[in-house]
Design a protein around this ligand. Structure first.
Ligand SMILES: Nc1nc2c(ncn2[C@@H]2O[C@H](COP(=O)(O)OP(=O)(O)OP(=O)(O)O)[C@@H](O)[C@H]2O)c(=O)[nH]1
Ligand SMILES: [Mg+2]
Length: 364
């Protein structure tokens, strides 16, 4: 299951965004700090293709793809260096696949900004600096252990050289995800769970009075900042989108009139997370279960088999594949799909496409 950690300054609207995504009703308050326990919720990935397949097959059980979200208390300055309560919270996001970075773009006198003014570009840098400091501390900690040895084994020598490169890169205030590394080097860093290696989804938490960023006083600075990164970014009207969760679609439409909200915040965020992580979905369908699975883009038929069960990967013979859209086009019938030549038999190296319906033949 995909795991996303929400980070951001205190009172940036993290719990509000968490509620928009999960509908979990986490506590939202006007003062920073206090609560140490993170909020956690598991959300079904909304996917009309999956819903349709479930309707067609009417299986005993349906299992959509799921994403877990963790909402933490605000990160403040110094957290990455181990100061303040923020450092303990950083460890909660260490095992996240992606970070949802909430940036405050709203003014709210009732919940005063901890830095005294609304300045999203500055806030963005504060959080990024904390992430860099935390990774630096992790790298330096390991380096100090390695450098103490007189005759280190070759593996540790290589590790030391690699970590020194990471440290120097971080000292230049850059993210490890932008450091050019070979695949084996990346793999050897995995155990450190560096935060600046994780994809970030930038959530600009807006006020309904600001219909678009460009017209906001901080718009130009923020735009420049956004243009300089490759991260997925999206706007969300946190408080408004939380308040309309219980309304009917018609009522909600009235409140969001004139705002650039085409789909619910949860859907937009989950699809951003999928594309930031380079993930795709495939489906398995039968009378017992219709299920959505998550795979990295570029994954093969045997990877798909392994996602389902290691036995299926081990004993893989072949995969029967048809795309969701062809399946629908030809009357939801495998026989028709076979006649039309769109139901294919693929080998282990077949590259799975988003929306494939797959059946694995295996023998163990
Ligand atoms: N005007 C306005 N207020 C918002 C918006 N989003 C959140 N708020 C308010 O900002 C305050 C803080 O929101 P939270 O979601 O609790 O913020 P947080 O980042 O979780 O705060 P901590 O957990 O204390 O770090 C609350 O009073 C919210 O109602 C928004 O889009 N517009
Ligand atoms: Mg909160």
């Amino acid at each position: 299951m995909l795991h996303c950690g929400i980070v951001g300054l205190p009172l940036s609207g993290k719990s509000t965004v968490f509620n928009v995504i999960t509908g979990a009703g986490a506590e939202v308050k006007t003062y920073a700090g206090g609560k140490a326990d993170p909020n956690r919720a598991v959300v079904d990935v909304p996917d009309p293709r999956f819903n349709r397949l479930a309707e067609v097959h009417r299986p005993k059980k349906t299992t959509p793809a799921r994403v877990e979200f963790v909402d933490l208390a605000g990160l403040s300055r110094g957290a990455g260096k181990g100061e303040g309560p923020g450092n303990a919270f950083l460890s909660f996001v260490a095992d996240a696949d992606a970070l949802i970075h909430v940036i405050r773009c709203f003014d709210n006198a009732a919940a005063p900004h901890p830095e005294g003014s609304v300045d999203p570009a500055r806030d963005w840098d504060i959080i990024n600096t904390e992430l860099i400091f935390r990774d630096l501390a992790v790298a330096e900690n390991r380096l100090s252990k390695l450098s103490g040895k007189k005759n280190p084994p070759p593996g540790e020598k290589a590790e030391q050289a690699l970590l020194e490169r990471c440290r120097d890169w971080l000292l230049e205030e850059r993210f490890l995800k932008d450091l050019e590394l070979t695949a084996p080097e990346r793999r050897s860093l995995r155990g450190f769970t560096f935060l600046t290696e994780k994809p970030q989804i930038i959530v600009l938490n807006m006020d309904e009075s600001t219909a678009d960023l460009a017209s906001a006083p901080f718009g130009a600075a923020l735009k420049k900042r956004l243009d300089s990164v490759r991260d997925e970014a999206m706007t969300l009207y946190g408080r408004l989108e939380m308040d309309i969760l219980d309304l009917t679609d018609e009522e909600a439409a009235e409140f969001t009139q004139g705002l650039p909200i085409d789909r619910p915040g949860r859907e937009r965020l989950i699809s951003s997370a999928y594309s930031a992580l380079g993930l795709i979905s495939f489906f398995t369908c039968g009378p017992d279960e219709v299920r959505a699975w998550t795979l990295h883009d570029g994954g093969t038929a045997v990877d798909a088999a392994g996602a389902i069960h290691s036995d299926l990967a081990r004993g893989f013979i072949r995969a029967q594949v048809v795309s969701c859209s062809d399946y629908e086009k030809f009357g939801d019938s495998y026989a028709n799909c076979r006649d039309e030549g769109v139901l294919r038999v693929e080998g282990r190296d077949y590259r799975v496409r988003d929306g494939d319906i797959i059946e694995i033949r295996f023998n163990v």
